[in-house]
Write a protein of this length. Structure first.
Length: 468
């Protein structure tokens, strides 16, 4: 069911009257919608889906280059000065060599002046008072062994699992709501039947009392009528207490206050379905089976992730920076922008033993998931067959209970007519009333069980009924 449509229906259910207190009447559909929107399990499943969607978006961003703005500013009050003699060459050795070499006096005088100035002082004054760096840097993975792709696929599988988990949670919530709703309806009808039975027994007890006074009824029959009247009162009290608890349970299930005055609109139908489904669908329609399949896909992506950790990795990087400052002997050394590019390649050489074992461990998890999936598929098939059998048995029990109730009602009519003609005793009339009450109670319980069995069956075969 579409999420927006669900919230719209829920809003109508709540707005339709602040109706829980004013009107106090709820249909089965409105109870389902209230439960879906107020149940903590359902809300938690929706929050898991939202979390999974955010993770998909986060992993999708890994395909795009990462761009960083960077800046650096350095201030230092210290100066760094380096000063010491720095000989260009050995002037003494050259002078001796020149003296041993015959040459004119003017040439010796010239080279003597040159050699006398061969030694000079090295004086460097570094002033890092104000140095700043600003620019942009980007990184783009070219190949990481399939790590980014595997992580993105894993996130998408997680989102699909969250969506399936919502469907499973909604089916459970609706099944529990149906159980609470039909339990309330059942006990309400049982209370009505108990009240009618009590009134019928009271009339018989009153007639028996008058008969004792006139001598037409034995005292023993009057006492039997009083005992039956007491039993009828107990049945009414039990039904009243049960109805109160059923109402509170329904309020708790749909997310209302425990003491809200609500009343179900629907009644237990008398008509029986013409026939059950002639075949049970394949286990592939089960939400639980789809979850197991997605779990297997998730495990396979874990193998790819484990392998990517030990594959070659190629990354492209670059930057555009502007550097300003750093004076050397009162001359600014840097005052320009530059572009740089970097291509990084990392190839694991000695990690292959660890990587191979990690990949094998992940592959073992895949095998375990496959075994679990096969075993769970058989259990799900058994559950589907069991649900079909339960529905079939409930249908048979309802049919038999209805026949039994009709026979008991006819028997009561005959006995009552004969009693009014004086052909039956009080004991026989009380017995017929009790049999009719028992048959009516079984018929009510069978119809409620039939509705719950129907809902449970459609839940096990994919929940199609739950999303009409």
């Amino acid at each position: 069911m579409n999420g927006k449509m669900r919230y719209l229906i829920a809003a109508l259910c709540l707005a339709g009257g602040m109706s829980v207190q004013a009107q106090s009447r709820l249909t089965l559909d409105s109870c389902r919608m209230l439960a879906l929107n107020n149940n903590r399990q359902a809300r938690s499943a929706h929050m898991q889906l939202r979390k999974a969607e955010y993770e998909v978006k986060a992993y999708r961003a890994n395909f795009l280059p990462r761009i960083f703005a960077q800046g650096l500013y350095l201030f230092s009050s210290s100066d760094y000065r380096y000063r010491k003699p720095y000989p260009l060459f050995d002037a003494g050795a050259l002078t001796d060599a020149m003296n041993r070499t015959p040459m004119p006096d003017w040439e010796k005088q010239f080279w003597g002046q040159v050699f006398s100035k061969a030694n000079m002082d090295l004086d460097i004054w570094l002033k890092p008072h104000h140095v700043s760096l600003s620019g942009l840097r980007f990184e783009q993975p070219v190949y990481l062994g399939g790590k980014i792709t595997a992580a993105y696929k894993t996130a998408k599988i997680g989102r699909q699992m969250a969506q399936l988990n919502i469907a499973r949670s909604e089916a459970e919530v609706i099944l529990n709501t149906d159980r609470a709703y039909w339990e309330y309806v059942k006990i309400r009808e049982l209370l009505s039947a108990a009240q009618q039975y009590r009134e019928a027994v009271r009339r018989v007890a009153d007639d028996a009392g008058h008969g004792v006074e006139t001598g037409t009824v034995a005292e023993n029959d009057r006492m039997k009528a009083q005992v039956k009247l007491g039993e009828a009162r107990v049945q009414v009290r039990e039904a009243e207490n049960g109805l109160r608890l059923a109402r509170m349970h329904l309020c708790m299930t749909v997310g209302l206050n425990l003491f809200d005055a609500i009343e179900p609109v629907d009644t237990l139908p008398d008509a029986l379905p013409t026939a059950l489904p002639d075949h049970i669908p394949d286990v592939g329609v089960r939400v639980e089976y789809a979850l197991l399949h997605k779990e297997l896909e998730w495990k396979k992506q874990q193998v790819a992730l484990a392998r990517s950790e030990f594959m070659p990795q190629l990354t492209l990087g670059g930057g555009y920076n502007y550097l300003n400052g750093l004076f050397v002997n009162d001359t600014k050394l840097f005052d320009k922008a530059s572009f740089s590019a970097l291509l990084s390649l990392k190839i694991p050489l000695t990690q292959w033993i660890e990587g191979n074992n990690r990949v094998r461990s992940a592959q073992a998890d895949v095998s375990l998931a496959e075994y679990r999936m096969q075993e769970s598929a058989d259990l799900l098939r058994l559950e589907m067959v069991k649900a079909w059998n339960t529905w079939d048995e409930a249908l048979l029990k309802t049919s038999l209970a209805r026949d039994e109730y009709l026979q008991a009602q006819e028997n009561l009519r005959v006995v009552k007519d004969r009693y009014e003609l004086g052909l039956e005793t009080v004991s026989r009339l009380l017995e017929a009333q009790a049999l009719r009450q028992e048959a009516r109670s079984r018929h009510i319980e069978a119809r409620a069980s039939l509705r719950i069995a129907e809902t449970d069956y459609f839940r096990t075969v994919g929940g199609t009924l739950l999303r009409d």
